[in-house]
Design a protein around this ligand. Structure first.
Ligand code: ZN
Length: 384
C-alpha cells in the first residue's frame, strides 16, 4: 500500500495576503501573477513549433501549475483553457478561494502582512479565505515609520521597543519577522550602541541605507522582545525577490548571533529554510534546540525539485523541526498548488523510506503529520 496524504490537514506557516483581481486575467498576466519575477516583459512572446506553442519565460513550476489546474477544472492542459476557466470560476472570488483551500485541506495560514505594500488589512484578507489568520509582525516597516518621528537614536529605540512589545502582546501575533537579508545581510554583529547611534542620521535621510550596526542593533532588540514574550523570531534566509543580498543571505551567517547565551531559548524560525542553502538550515536545526525552519518558497517554486529538497533537508533536520510553507503571495492558486505539489513529492519521499526499510508506514505517516501541521501547532501552542 502506498503512502497517501490526501485528507491530511495542512497549515501554511509562511504566506502573504491577496485580494480579488480587478478584471479577468489575460494569459500573460496570469503567468506574471505566478512568477517571482517582478519585471514586466517576462511573458511577452510565444515560442511556436509545428504542434505546440508556449509562452517564453514558462518554467517547470508554472508548467505543473497549469497541468494540475487543468485537472481541477476538467479542461485541456493549456494556459488558454485554464485561464478561461479560472476567469469564470473566480467571479465569486471568496467562494473560489475557499473551494481551492478545501480541495487540499488547507486549514490555517501564518501570514506576513508586511508584503504586499500598501498593506492589505487582516480583516479584508480573512473575509476572502473565510477564517481567522495568524500573523508575524515585520520590524522593518516599524523602523522606517519611527525614524521619521524621532530626532534622536535613543528615543527612536525606545519607541521601537515599545511598538514591538505591544504587537507581541496582541492575540494572533505569533512572532516578529525580519528581512534584514534584503538590507545589510545575516552576519549580525553584537550590539554596538555607539556605532548604531552614529548611523541614525544616514538612516533618517534614506530608509534603504545599509546602516549595518543600526540594523543589527534593531534585530537584537527584536530577538530580546521575542525572548521576553516567548514568541518566535522569523528571519528571511536564502533567495527571495530580485532585491535580496544573495551573498549575505546564507543561514549559517546567523550562527554567531545564535550562539549568544541570552538567545539560548529564543525561538528562531528560518523562513524559506535558506534555499538554496537548505542543508545549512537543516544542520542548524539539528544542533540548536531553539531553531526551526520552513520549506516555503523552495516549495512550490522549485517545481519537481521539491522532492529532492525534502529528501535533502531530512539528511540532517530532526523531524520535529521542519514545517510546511508556500510563500504564496498573489493568487489562491499558488497556495493550492503549494500543497498539491508538496503532498505529491512528500508521498514519494516517504514511500522510498518505507521501501528501504528505514521505517514503518506508521512512522512515515507520523512524520508527514508533523511537517504538515503538528510541528506548527506544538511550536506555537502557547500563542494560538
Ligand atoms: Zn514571504
Amino acid at each position: 500500500m502506498v503512502i497517501d496524504l490526501e485528507g491530511v490537514k495542512i497549515i501554511d506557516v509562511h504566506c502573504h495576503p491577496f485580494l480579488q483581481n480587478e478584471r479577468p486575467y489575460m494569459e500573460s498576466e496570469f503567468l506574471e501573477e505566478l512568477s517571482l519575477s517582478v519585471r514586466p516583459g517576462m511573458f511577452a512572446t510565444k515560442i511556436k513549433t509545428k504542434t505546440d506553442s508556449m509562452y517564453s519565460g514558462l518554467n517547470m513550476y508554472m508548467q505543473i501549475t497549469i497541468q494540475r489546474l487543468a485537472k481541477y477544472f476538467s479542461c485541456e492542459p493549456t494556459i488558454e483553457a485554464v485561464v478561461e476557466k479560472r476567469n469564470v470560476s473566480a467571479r465569486n472570488f471568496s467562494e473560489y478561494t475557499k473551494n481551492l483551500f478545501e480541495d487540499v485541506q488547507l486549514e490555517g495560514l501564518l501570514v506576513d502582512y508586511g508584503y504586499p505594500t500598501p498593506a492589505i488589512p487582516n480583516q479584508q484578507f480573512e473575509k476572502v479565505v473565510g477564517f481567522r489568520t495568524w500573523e508575524v509582525y515585520r520590524i522593518e516597516p516599524v523602523m522606517d515609520r519611527l525614524r521619521e518621528e524621532h530626532d534622536s537614536f535613543s528615543t527612536f529605540i525606545e519607541g521601537y521597543r515599545a511598538d514591538l512589545r505591544s504587537a507581541l502582546g496582541r492575540k494572533g501575533v505569533l512572532g516578529l519577522k525580519s528581512i534584514i537579508a534584503y538590507r545589510s545581510g545575516l552576519e549580525i554583529v553584537s550590539m554596538d550602541e555607539k556605532k548604531a547611534t552614529s548611523q541614525f542620521d544616514f538612516y533618517k535621510e534614506n530608509k534603504r541605507e545599509t546602516v549595518k550596526e543600526l540594523r543589527d542593533y534593531c534585530l537584537h532588540i527584536a530577538m530580546e522582545e521575542c525572548t521576553r514574550a516567548k514568541k518566535a523570531m522569523h528571519i528571511h534566509t536564502g533567495v527571495g525577490d530580485g532585491e535580496v543580498l544573495l551573498h549575505k543571505a546564507s543561514p549559517n551567517l546567523l550562527v554567531t548571533m545564535l550562539r549568544e547565551k541570552k538567545y539560548a531559548n529564543t525561538i528562531v524560525h528560518l523562513v524559506h529554510g535558506g534555499y538554496p542553502w537548505m542543508e545549512e538550515a537543516a544542520f542548524m536545526c539539528s544542533v540548536f534546540p531553539n531553531v526551526y525552519m520552513d520549506l516555503s518558497l523552495q516549495n512550490p517554486f522549485a517545481g519537481h525539485g521539491v522532492k529532492r529538497i525534502i529528501s535533502q533537508v531530512f539528511e540532517f533536520a530532526p523531524f520535529n523541526k521542519v514545517m510546511y510553507g508556500s510563500d504564496a503571495f498573489t493568487i489562491p492558486e499558488m497556495n493550492w498548488l503549494g500543497v498539491k505539489l508538496f503532498k505529491e513529492c512528500f508521498e514519494e519521499v516517504l514511500q522510498s523510506w518505507v521501501e528501504k526499510d528505514y521505517m514503518s508506514r506508521k512512522r512515515a505517516k507520523t512524520i508527514a503529520e508533523l511537517v504538515l501541521y503538528k510541528n506548527f501547532e506544538e511550536l506555537y501552542k502557547d500563542s494560538l
